[in-house]
Design a protein. Structure first.
Length: 207
């Protein structure tokens, strides 16, 4: 029973654990239970096994190259190059939240493409959820990466193919720059330049 008519009913996303207003959540019924999600991304990652409630599901390695699978299977050696490679593999295959949870520190500061800087994992997680919630599909390819081991810095250049619910298909070139501490990203800068906007995208034409 609700004490106040205007008070929101709060539910929890079973994939990422985010608390959200029932009025803005996407529901999915399985048997007698209804699960609620913050975005289509989390909905697609859902595992109804109750033993895995509120944890990120295991990485689905189908579609990954044998080299990528070997990199993810190797023991973590603490090197910057290995951490960057694992992060980029996850993002390239659509495991964006998983990469965020595994490789970003709790007090991370992210400067987004619009110039907004957000401090802390919670604030940046919410921003990421907002972006993912507006996507119908996501494809990413990294074509250049570099690291400075002495300064714990890294950078990667990406081509992102974003099919957005409101603006349609957009191709973006993105430069990401990171500073690391103890295997986690503590600062990141994202810079993007919109390159093309099309009604359709033929993935084969870009291979």
């Amino acid at each position: 029973m609700r004490l106040f008519a205007d008070s929101p009913v709060l539910v929890r996303d079973p994939v990422c654990g985010m608390t959200l207003d029932l009025a803005h959540a996407s529901g999915r019924s399985i048997g007698a239970h209804t699960y609620y999600f913050c975005s289509a991304y989390c909905r697609s990652r859902f595992d109804p096994d109750p033993r895995r409630s509120f944890v990120l599901p295991p990485i689905d390695r189908r579609g990954m190259s044998s080299r990528e699978q070997r990199r993810l299977s190797r023991p973590v050696d603490g090197s910057l190059s290995a951490a960057l490679a694992r992060r980029n593999i996850l993002i390239a295959h659509g495991w964006i939240l998983e990469a965020f949870e595994r490789f970003y520190s709790d007090d991370v500061i992210v400067t987004w493409p619009d110039g907004t800087s957000l401090s802390g994992k919670r604030a940046n997680r919410e921003r990421l959820h907002q972006l993912l919630g507006g996507l119908k599909s996501f494809h990413a390819r990294v074509f250049a990466s570099s690291i400075d081991v002495d300064k714990d810095l890294s950078s990667s250049e990406w081509i992102l193919m974003l099919d957005q619910q409101q603006s349609g298909l957009t191709t973006v070139h993105r430069l990401t720059e990171q500073r690391w501490e103890n295997g986690r990203i503590v600062e990141e800068s994202l810079r993007s330049t919109r390159r093309a906007k099309e009604k359709s995208w033929d993935m084969e034409s870009e291979s």
